[in-house]
Design a protein around this ligand. Structure first.
Ligand code: F1P
Length: 368
């Protein structure tokens, strides 16, 4: 199989298991300092804001969800450009009528924690958003990036680095999942949840088995001429992942793709469903009754359904990826992406495109 795919994007997709392992090993040496640095001398930040652009905005969406779930702290995600250009919609203004009482302890406004996520550390919108945040004295800024010498990294109060995930590809693959698992590990440190941390360290060991078991399936779906559009559904922490899978398919294969929260899809967007639709559901088995019903309904409208979940027995689908990881649900999330990245890569090659050179795209968006 491998000899049909020469490019660095494919190689980077296939290297993710090792990248996750080395990323987490790298964190182990920083652990004590990380928690101390995240904790301010006063109470925890009033709110944690996650920002990014494109893939890293989708990472921020999922991160805000698992951050709240793991730490109990409130969190929000937004495109970096929103914080840069519309800060008053995000940060209360001193003296402004809209100041929210939740950010006050006594008469002192509690700080925010900003988590700026950027593979390159050079995206203009993200750099400008951090500048705005700092100018407002709104709190401290942690940076998640692959490049230690980047502009963003150099200005961080706390630098969370995954050098091992540096990549040549324009479309993010191992960088995304490695920054993702790094942030999950940080959340475990902040919340003092060593058990979940141990599960995260086991995720890499599942990578090769899943590729071995399902590579042929995703290649077959990628090369099926029946499908002219893809829909990715996910809720909770899965929504950001569904958005990222959608973007991979768009960036690499130019296939019309959309992503929605599971329960939102009925409220209008399902009108596009038909025999040409491949619908990928990232199923959370704790709510699978509801998510299953959506999948069954879309199959009745003619869609072909690929479900990705921990086990097979709860989902009505035409095709199934059963992770069978034995991991905590949150620790298994990174396992959902590599096969969908591969599907996008295979579809790109099948259409005679080059996944290493996505049309119209650059690896970093720099604005003057
Ligand atoms: C952000 C980004 C990527 C996108 C493309 C262009 O980069 O929008 O998400 O896939 O590569 O740049 P970064 O800030 O994460 O480096």
């Amino acid at each position: 199989m491998d000899n049909q795919v020469e490019g660095f994007t494919y190689r980077e997709i296939m290297s993710q298991g090792q990248s996750w392992d080395s990323t987490l090993q790298g964190l182990a040496s920083l652990e004590a300092g990380v928690v101390a640095s995240l904790r301010t001398s006063v109470a925890w930040p009033a709110e944690t804001l996650f920002i990014g652009c494109g893939s890293t905005y989708y990472l921020a969406l999922s991160a805000a969800s698992f951050w709240s779930k793991i730490t109990g702290l409130t969190a929000r995600a937004m495109p970096a450009s929103e914080l840069w250009l519309y800060p008053d919609c995000i940060l209360p203004r001193k003296g402004g009528v809209g100041q929210s009482p939740v950010h006050f302890t006594g008469n002192e406004r509690r700080p925010y924690l900003l988590v700026a996520i950027s593979r390159s550390g050079e995206t203009t919108e993200t750099l400008r958003a951090v500048e705005v945040f700092r100018k407002r004295g709104a709190g401290r800024c942690a940076v998640v990036t692959c490049y230690a010498r980047s502009t963003l990294a150099r200005g961080a109060d706390l630098l969370l680095l995954t050098r091992e995930a540096e990549e040549e590809s324009v479309a993010q693959t191992r960088s995304f999942t490695s920054m993702y698992i790094l942030l999950q590990a940080i959340a475990c440190l902040v919340a003092d949840q060593p058990g979940l941390g141990r599960h995260l360290r086991r995720a890499g060991g599942n990578f090769s088995r899943l590729i071995e078991e399902y590579q042929v399936l995703v290649k077959g779906l990628a090369e099926n001429d029946r499908f002219d559009q893809l829909v990715f559904l996910g809720s909770g922490v899965n929504y950001g992942l569904a958005c990222e899978a959608m973007l991979k398919m768009k960036e690499m294969s130019l296939t019309p793709s959309e992503a929605f929260h599971f329960m939102e899809f009925r409220h209008g967007p399902k009108s596009v469903v038909g025999p040409g639709t491949l619908l990928v559901g990232l199923v959370n088995e704790s709510v699978s009754t509801h998510e299953n019903r959506v999948l069954a309904e879309m199959r009745s409208l003619g869609a072909t359904v690929l479900a990705i979940s921990e086990s097979e027995n709860t989902v009505a689908a035409d095709y199934h990826v059963s992770l069978r990881s034995g991991l905590d649900y949150l620790a298994s999330r990174v396992l959902t992406l590599p096969l969908l990245q591969l599907m996008a890569c295979y579809r790109s090659l099948y259409k005679g495109l080059n996944p290493d050179r996505p049309l119209n795209l650059d690896a970093v968006v720099r604005l003057d």
